[in-house]
Ligand binder design. Structure first.
Ligand code: SF4
Ligand code: SF4
Length: 92
């Protein structure tokens, strides 16, 4: 059985990062949100809290859909990256 950490496993993945974000937050909803579940459900830690605001970076997104399920379309515009962009999984 492999003893690799989550960080080591994630480092195996390859990303073709699109300049256009495939996930967008609706900041007016986020500002009213107390749960901030995005900080806990995203395995890639794409969401950060800074000075009371949530920031998001799509570059390390694993396309798992957890944030979409957690927040719903009222808070997040969610789609897969365009064309050949996004993550390619490597299993080690
Ligand atoms: S992304 Fe979702 S969980 Fe995070 S602050 Fe916005 S509404 Fe709340
Ligand atoms: S789809 Fe998954 S990896 Fe991508 S931002 Fe949402 S929770 Fe994070």
């Amino acid at each position: 059985m492999s003893t690799m950490t989550m960080e080591q496993r994630l480092a195996l993945n390859k990303y073709e990062v699109d300049t256009e974000a495939h996930i967008r937050l609706k900041q007016d909803v986020c500002l009213q949100c107390e749960a901030r579940s995005c900080l806990y459900v995203c395995p890639a830690e794409c969401f950060k809290e800074r000075e009371g605001k949530i920031s998001f970076s799509h570059e390390g997104c694993l396309e798992c859909g957890s944030c979409h399920i957690s927040c719903g379309p009222e808070a997040i515009e969610w789609s897969y990256p365009r064309g050949h962009f996004g993550v390619s999984y490597e299993y080690g």
